[in-house]
Design a protein around this ligand. Structure first.
Ligand code: FE2
Ligand code: FE2
Length: 236
């Protein structure tokens, strides 16, 4: 089966992110850190239990894959340094959150996961960063990522649904919010960059509507997505 360019782009982003932190795969209650030369999984430590009413911060600390956390923290740190509004910083902090659940169409999945809890503008921006990353906007300093050019060659054309999403987003009043996510998306994947969750805890507190019952238990249409991340090893 032919692999679509979008799938190749997502695979590349995933691979580059993994350069940031050790590759960790979660199994049934256990973290595995790759394979031994004989092919046996290397067990790191049991998957930590989560509190009964898990918060977004608990997911960052206990469930999200380290390479996605590092990448999102770097993006949010860049936005913070540039003095972007707190809501924009939150968007950068959460833009690739769905990669902890599924890779394909990660912008769309993330937007859905977050819609009940973040300002509408921010979930819209996260949905559209997926298409916008392929389209330069020199007026604001966003170039087509060199790493994509070297992978796809100069003739790469994004899938039609992405082109349509881009064209619609270009005319939308929230265009710049999505563009800022791509501007702060760190394509350098710098391993040496230090990033901590600490500067973002208050921003999350002010702009993320944490459900009283805990993520996964609030009866929202997306609660099951959060439960899936909480219990990745459940067989059914
Ligand atoms: Fe992304
Ligand atoms: Fe990203």
């Amino acid at each position: 089966m032919k692999v679509s360019s979008e799938e190749r782009a997502d695979a590349l982003e995933e691979r580059l992110m993994k350069k940031l932190a050790p590759s960790v795969r979660r199994g049934a209650g256990v973290l595995f850190g790759g394979l031994t030369p004989r092919g046996d999984p290397i067990e790191l430590k049991p998957l930590a239990p989560m509190p009964p009413k898990p918060t977004l911060i608990d997911f960052f600390e206990l469930r999200f894959m380290p390479h996605t956390v590092t990448h999102m923290l770097q993006s949010a740190s860049d936005a913070l340094k540039k003095g972007e509004p707190e809501e924009t910083v939150l968007g950068c902090l959460l833009h690739d959150i769905a990669i902890n659940l599924v890779k394909v169409d990660h912008g769309y999945w993330a937007a859905q996961m977050l819609e009940p809890y973040v300002p509408e503008k921010i979930s819209w921006a996260i949905r559209h960063h997926q298409a916008l990353r392929f389209y330069p906007d020199p007026a604001v300093g966003y170039e087509y990522p060199a790493v994509y050019r070297s992978l796809f060659g100069p003739d790469y054309v994004p899938e039609p649904y992405l082109e349509e999403a881009y064209q619609a987003a270009r005319k939308h009043r929230w265009y710049m919010e999505a563009r800022l996510i791509t501007l702060n998306d760190d394509y350098s994947f710098d391993r040496r960059a230090k990033a901590s969750l600490e500067p973002f805890v208050d921003i999350v507190g002010r702009h993320f509507r944490q459900p009283r019952e805990g993520l996964g238990y609030d009866g929202s249409p997306v609660a099951h997505m959060w439960r899936t991340i909480q219990f990745p090893g459940r067989p059914l």
